[in-house]
Design a protein around this ligand. Structure first.
Ligand code: VGL
Ligand code: ZN
Length: 189
């Protein structure tokens, strides 16, 4: 599937920019290889979305300082995206339209939230705004992009991953994720 962002977007579309935060980019606490390479592409999509009347959402990983997903607490990850730190800020080159709505996740004390839909009310927001198609990109393809895309299809949204605008933590993760997403009904552009 090919979506031309300058022609094919409309008010029933939402662009979801997943976790383009300093900690997931080179130099950050949990860097995704090439993570900053997604930024210029997402900037173009965000511009086009705004011009077309499509909604723009940006999710962020937003953890309490001693989150249970951190290795120090027995979790799988180094400390990252701690609320109100520089690492948790959106990458400075990411240009979000003023109307962008932020979806915070990873705030729960009792379990991690990889998906932007996981107990955030996000699906409700999209439905309320008449959104039928979710177009997404960002970081990391094999973690939070994966979980968000799987939830989006499961919730009945037409779901499209901008393949050039996402990067995985591992090459294996990328392959496995793309196979899984395709099987689930996620389209790629
Ligand atoms: C993520 C690992 C831990 C992500 C969040 O945004 O992909 N990955 N927390
Ligand atoms: Zn996290």
């Amino acid at each position: 599937m090919t979506i031309d962002p300058s022609r094919d977007l409309g008010s029933a579309d939402a662009l979801l920019i997943v976790d383009v935060q300093n900690d997931f980019c080179p130099g950050g606490a949990l860097p995704v290889p090439g993570g900053d390479r997604v930024i210029s592409i997402l900037n173009e999509w965000a511009d086009a979305a705004q011009r077309a009347g499509a909604r723009v959402y940006a999710s962020r990983d937003w953890h309490p300082g001693d989150h249970l997903s951190f290795q120090s607490e027995g979790g799988p990850w180094p400390p990252h995206c701690v609320q109100d730190t520089a690492g948790a800020a959106f990458h400075p080159e990411l240009r979000l339209p003023e109307s962008t709505v932020v979806v915070s996740k990873g705030t729960r004390f009792d379990q991690d939230q990889y998906s932007a839909f996981d107990e955030t009310g996000f699906a409700h927001e999209l439905s309320r705004k008449g959104v039928r198609r979710v177009i997404l990109g960002g970081l990391a393809e094999d973690v939070c992009v994966r979980a968000s895309a799987l939830d989006a299809v499961k919730l009945g949204f037409e779901t499209v991953l901008i393949r050039a605008a996402t990067r995985a933590i591992t090459d294996d993760g990328r392959e496995q994720t793309e196979r899984e997403l395709a099987e689930a009904g996620v389209a790629f552009t």
